[in-house]
Structures are given as C-alpha cells and as structure tokens.
Design a protein around this ligand. Structure first.
Ligand code: DGL
Length: 270
C-alpha cells in the first residue's frame, strides 16, 4: 500500500482528460496535477525544448512526493520517455497503452494517428503500433491547430471553425479507409464529437489519456501501490499562468469543477 498521491502532468489542460479517467478507475487515490499553462503549447516546439520542459515538470512532481508519474501528454511521451524512465518512482506515458488499444480495436488493419507536430515527427505511435503488428497500415497526421482551439474552448460540436480545421486535417486519413483513429494528444478527446462526425460512425476513436490512465491503474494494482482507502482523497492543481483561466475551463475536461485551490508556481525556479 502507498498513500502518496499520483502525479500527472501536461503542457496545459489536456492531461485533465487522463485525470478524469483516473478518478473513475481509482476514486480513492489522491492526485497532484501540474499543467504548464504558461508555456503551452509544447507540440510546436523543438525536441530539446520539450525535453527541458518535461524534465522540469517531472522534477516538480517528484518534489511533491508522488508515488508515480503519468506524462498525460503525447508530446512529452514521444520525446522524453527516457527521462521518465530514470525517475525514482514508476513512470507511465500514453504511447504504448494507446497503441495496444488501437491494435486490438482495428478490424481492417488501417489505423490513423493524429497528434501534435512534435508527436508525429517523433514517429513514436507508428513505431509502437508496428512493434505490435508489423503488417498494420498506419497513417499519421499532425494537427497543430487543435491544441489552441481546445485551450481557447472552441470545443462545441457546433463550432464551425473547429469543424473546418478538422475537415482539413482528417480528410486525407478518412480517404485511406482507416477504421481506428488514435487521438494521440490528450487535448483531442475534448473535441471527439467533432472528430468523430468528420471521420464517420464506423471509425473507432482511441483516447490516449484514457488508455494511459487505465494502464497506470492496473500497474499500481499489480505492484501493490494503491492507497489503503483510509486517508481522505485530495486533489491539488498547479499551473504556471493565471489559475483563474485554468479553473474556468478545467471543468469541461474533468466533468466536474475543480475542488480546492489551484496554485500558480514558477517552474523555472523549482
Ligand atoms: N496534451 C498535449 C499532448 O498530448 C498537448 C501538446 C501541446 O502542448 O502542444 O501532446
């Protein structure tokens, strides 16, 4: 048993889609969430910059005495997994659990992957899929405008601008006849209604935050690292920009409003 919290981080709000799934899977676990809202987006930055940010983010969570770290960010997962692997606590990310779920879901062997530019250029999901089944046909597509649209709450299925952008990005993958689409960035489940309606009902969407949360939950269970359930659950949130901006939109990601205080920190001085 381990009563310490689980640490989860992302460049911004997107990782809350993983927190939502963690709350469902492990309702008694405490969580420390870090969203680097002052430096979002990560996905358009260089690999070196993302790795520097990722190291700072992970060090912050380790300083919060977490028992495990979840990189709820496709971009960090794709570029800094080795940094995560060197942490003193178990590290989890989105790539392998998501690839496994997609490989299990596809019937025609054609899988689309959407993510940030950094994620798609890293080739992480494609390699993870081909390591599972080398004969899979994989179609990657960077969607750099999705993160700013989501961070600015252009998320309703009626939002024409988001639909137009989705049409432009997704049409080439749809034309390949994929039956499964990896939402390789944790921001994307928030616009899954728009993405799903552009792709069509027959395409299964795989939510990377959800798959990572489920993988983490079963690993903690197997390793005997769950809490004993006798300590009241606590959720703490830390951001690097205006906490109000974060709390006002966070409910859309979590499915409920944020309990307690959101604290602003200076990540470069940690
Ligand atoms: N949620 C992050 C991801 O999965 C967003 C990346 C970004 O900040 O551009 O990649």
């Amino acid at each position: 048993m381990d009563n310490r919290p689980i640490g989860v981080f992302d460049s911004g709000l997107g990782g809350l889609t993983a927190v939502k799934e963690l709350e469902l899977a492990l309702p008694k676990e405490s969580i420390v969430y870090f969203g680097d809202t002052g430096r979002v987006p990560y996905g358009t930055r260089s690999r070196e910059t993302v790795r520097t940010y990722a190291k700072q983010d992970m060090d912050f969570l380790i300083g919060q005495n977490v028992k495990a770290v979840l990189a709820a960010c496709g971009t960090v997962s794709s570029t800094a997994a080795d940094i995560g692997a060197s942490l003193p606590v178990p590290y989890f990310d989105v790539v392998v659990p998501t690839a496994k779920a997609a490989a299990a879901a596809t019937k025609n062997g054609k899988i689309g992957i959407i993510g940030t530019s950094a994620t798609i250029h890293s080739d992480s999901y494609r390699q993870a899929l081909l390591a599972i089944h080398s004969e899979l046909e994989v179609y990657p597509q960077a969607c750099p405008l999705f993160v700013p649209l989501v961070e600015n709450a252009f998320i309703s299925p009626q939002e024409e601008i988001t639909r137009l952008v989705a049409e432009r990005y997704l049409a080439p993958i749809r034309e390949k006849g994929v039956d499964t689409l990896i939402l390789g960035c944790t921001h994307y489940p928030i616009i899954s209604a728009t993405i799903g309606s552009v792709m069509g009902k027959s395409v299964t969407l795989i939510d990377s935050g959800r798959e990572a949360a489920l993988a983490l939950a079963s690993a903690l269970q197997e390793q005997g690292l769950l809490c004993d359930g006798n300590v009241p659950r606590k959720a703490s949130y830390f951001v690097t920009d205006d906490p109000e901006g974060f709390t006002s939109v966070a409910g859309l990601f979590l499915g409920h409003s944020i309990e307690g205080r959101t604290e602003r920190i200076n990540i470069e001085k940690i």
